[in-house]
Design a protein around this ligand. Structure first.
Ligand code: NAD
Length: 365
């Protein structure tokens, strides 16, 4: 039973919403299917809140709530800085995606999304697939990332990986004066959907790649395909590499890891890589680590998906937008260095300014 592993909630939910500025949070519960989900809608000034659904074996309900609140807030910044007319939202489902996922659970979740009448649009995230989005689409039209055979944009991961690769190259240009990754060593933490495509880009360019993952089958597949070197889960923080690329879960740049990292660059696809964005962003700057803001460089997937929302899937437009992550990253890193401000804060300021400006123009017809 899922409930056996959950601990009681101890922090006030409303205090958390106040602190992070959320508009709405929806708890989805059903005994029959085992659905325990939370939808977080952070900000809808720019448009409907778009963000994927994550299925994960959270240790507690508090962890799940904390994750959905942080992730949905991150989507507000991501969609804004990417120039999309979309607000920030995200959903989590508590459970092991390999054991607890079923058609009924997904379709019931789809009904909860439907009842929000378009205020929240879902897509895939960790533990979800395009096929799962199809099940959700049987109950609501407010879902994207459907299989290409169904007219959707399919798996967003190749686009996310392309954006991360572009952001990593821009960070290399800042750190080394040129953007070539040939001969650079990169530690990719997590070789799931995005991590694998990223490893492909990196090995094609001649980088030396180290990988870690909790699943042996993923490690075996990616090391065999691309000749990447497998390292232990915890060893990844101590590697003597040029680039650390977090591509699993968030908060891996924290008090206990930051002094172990020997890299010059942090650039990956994971959301919320900095446990505390001010403290650890500042520490990166002080240590001379070029940190490419996560929500800026991992926006490729949502950029691709956004074309589906606006009417007709357009991969050509999406690819061009994703490639522009290179210039945006360079600009933000330049401002960060010139003003001595951490790059995450610079990117957040740009995102917030756009939201404020658009709120002003919405006040008239
Ligand atoms: P995924 O579930 O396919 O892959 C994540 C991988 O990380 C899995 O193989 C998992 O076993 C591994 N992992 C988990 N904990 C780990 C640990 N402690 N050490 C090493 N590996 C670990 O997910 P994904 O779609 O590749 O997404 C990866 C990250 O990027 C997530 O944080 C996700 O929110 C973020 N992201 C994904 C997309 C996308 O397009 N898929 C877009 C933006 C952001």
């Amino acid at each position: 039973m899922l409930s056996d592993v959950l601990e009681p909630q101890t922090i006030s939910v409303f205090d958390q919403l106040d602190e992070l500025g959320h508009e709405q949070v929806v708890f989805c519960n059903d005994n029959e299917t085992g659905l325990r989900g939370i939808i977080g809608i952070h900000n809808t000034v720019l448009g409907p809140a778009l963000g994927g659904t994550r299925m994960w074996s959270y240790k507690s309900e508090a962890d799940a709530l904390n994750d959905v609140l942080r992730l949905s807030r991150g989507m507000t910044f991501k969609n804004s800085v990417a120039g999309l007319n979309l607000g920030g939202g995200k959903a989590v489902i508590i459970g092991d995606a390999r054991k607890h996922k079923s058609e009924a659970l997904l379709r019931l979740f789809g009904k909860f999304v439907r009842n929000l009448n378009g205020k929240y649009i879902t897509a895939e995230d960790v533990g979800m697939t395009s096929r799962d989005m199809e099940y959700i689409s049987y109950e609501t039209s407010h879902v994207c990332g459907l299989p290409e055979s169904k007219g959707g944009s399919g798996d967003p991961s190749p686009f996310t990986a392309l954006g991360v690769y572009m952001g990593m190259k821009a960070a290399a240009k800042k750190a080394y004066g040129n953007d070539s990754l040939a001969g650079k060593s990169v530690a990719v933490q997590g070789v799931g959907h995005v991590g694998e495509y990223l490893v492909e880009h990196l090995t094609k360019e001649g980088a030396k790649v180290y990988i870690s993952d909790v699943y042996e089958d993923r490690l075996k597949a990616v090391s065999q395909k691309f000749g990447a070197t497998v390292v232990d889960l915890d060893e990844i923080y101590d590697l003597n590499v040029d680039i650390y690329s977090p591509c699993a879960l968030g908060a891996t740049v924290n008090d206990s890891t930051i002094n172990r990292l020997k890299c010059q660059i942090i650039a990956g696809c994971a959301n919320n890589q900095l446990k505390d964005e001010r403290k650890h962003g500042k520490l990166c700057l002080e240590k001379g680590i070029v940190y490419a803001p996560d929500f800026l460089i991992n926006a490729g997937g949502v950029i691709n998906i956004a074309t589906e929302v606006s009417g007709g899937y357009n991969p050509t437009w999406a690819t061009a937008q994703v490639e522009s992550i290179y210039d945006k990253t360079l600009h933000i890193l330049e401002v960060s260095m010139r003003e001595g401000k951490n790059a995450q804060e610079v990117a957040m300021e740009i995102a917030l300014k756009r939201i404020k400006d658009m709120a002003k123009i919405k006040s008239s017809f």
